[in-house]
Design a protein around this ligand. Structure first.
Ligand code: NAP
Length: 313
């Protein structure tokens, strides 16, 4: 048996198209949604992520602006920038690209973002809204996974869901979203006893660990839906062999680039799972699509009361 591949690029394109329609009607009502991205310093990975976010904003018609404080910025200077963005009415979403440099108090900066503009959904107020099932802004990666499950017709209510990983940005909100959709949820982490035994109970298994190919076939119940959040770059030849021996396409890529992108799920799992997300092309594209969707949601929630027709859009 070979798993049904859940195509993140296709679902992300659907979400972007729907978002573009919503943006158009809001812009026609004189309210183009706006996103401000704050990128501190010169972290190459962060620069790539931010470029993707700005490009995606342009494509769906969201106004976007980029703020690039120097790597030696102080916490107070960053707080000043956030407060200024909080005050500006045309900015609906504020995204502070993480990680911030060591001298900056990241928690203080994230706490300063107006919860109504917190399109990453990291503010404790939005975390509370999620856990008490009130309307709010939900972190993009887990929100995208829920879209993927729902749009792929995968049953959630009453199902056993296991989430490996308990980070604030993926694991915990993922578990809460699945619970809110009536799954029976177990959260695993580095201290979990009998990880394989717990994972084998899952109808839906979400891996958000950050370890290349850690979820092997013995952790997966045949027919389960497997969501691979991990994004790991493998450069070691032996590790590459463990994951992709005999895969000519990946071999070629490894030889020319010197590395490959791998999820937390071993490729062999595709032979037992019922459905699985690929890496790349699975969860990744949904994260940016949900950022666009969250910016529109923030604009509607914050400004919609002034334009009643928008809260119905
Ligand atoms: P994180 O903050 O490092 O959390 C990793 C979690 O995995 C922790 O809860 C940790 O447990 C758990 N863990 C580590 N080793 C384990 C083991 N041997 N057995 C069981 N659990 C273990 O990572 P994250 O930010 O959630 O990200 C996870 C992965 O997703 C990374 O590869 C990241 O690059 C990727 N990611 C992808 C997207 C996307 O858009 N596709 C977005 C965000 C993140 P403890 O809590 O006990 O330490």
């Amino acid at each position: 048996m070979s798993a049904n591949i859940l195509d993140g690029n296709k679902i992300a394109a659907e979400i972007r198209a729907e978002t573009a329609v919503a943006v158009k009607s809001m812009a026609a009502a004189g309210m183009q949604p706006g996103l401000a991205v704050v990128l501190v310093g010169n972290n190459p990975a962060s620069e790539i992520y931010v470029r993707g976010k700005v490009k995606s904003s342009e494509e769906v018609g969201i106004y976007s602006e980029k703020h690039t404080p120097a790597a030696d910025v102080s916490t107070d200077e960053l707080l000043g920038l956030i407060l200024d963005l909080n005050r500006r009415d045309e900015i609906d979403g504020i995204l502070v690209q993480l990680p911030l440099p060591a001298q900056v108090d990241s928690k203080k900066v994230l706490l300063a973002v107006d919860p109504a503009k917190d399109v990453d959904g990291f503010h404790p107020m939005n975390v509370g809204f999620l856990s008490t099932q009130r309307p709010g802004l939900v972190p993009c990666t887990p929100a995208g996974i829920m879209e993927m499950l729902q749009r792929s017709g995968i049953k959630i209510a009453g199902q056993e869901a296991v989430v490996i990983g308990r980070s604030d940005i993926v694991g915990k909100p993922m578990a809460m979203l699945l619970l809110n959709s009536n799954a029976t949820v177990t959260v695993c982490h580095s201290k979990t006893r009998d990880l394989a035994g717990v994972c084998r109970r899952a109808d839906i298994l979400v891996a958000a660990i950050g370890r290349a190919g850690m979820v092997t076939r013995d952790l997966v119940r045949p027919g389960a839906t497997v969501i691979d959040v991990g994004m790991n770059r493998v450069t070691d030849r032996e590790e590459f062999q463990r994951l992709f021996a005999g895969n000519a396409k990946r071999e070629e890529s490894f030889r020319t680039k010197g590395s490959v992108l791998v999820g937390d799920v071993h490729p062999e799992v595709a032979e037992v799972a019922g459905a699985i997300t690929p890496v790349p092309g699975g969860v990744g594209p949904l994260t940016i699509a949900m950022l666009m969707s969250n910016t529109v949601k923030a604009a509607k929630m914050r400004r919609g009361s002034r334009m009643p027709e928008l809260s119905r859009a």
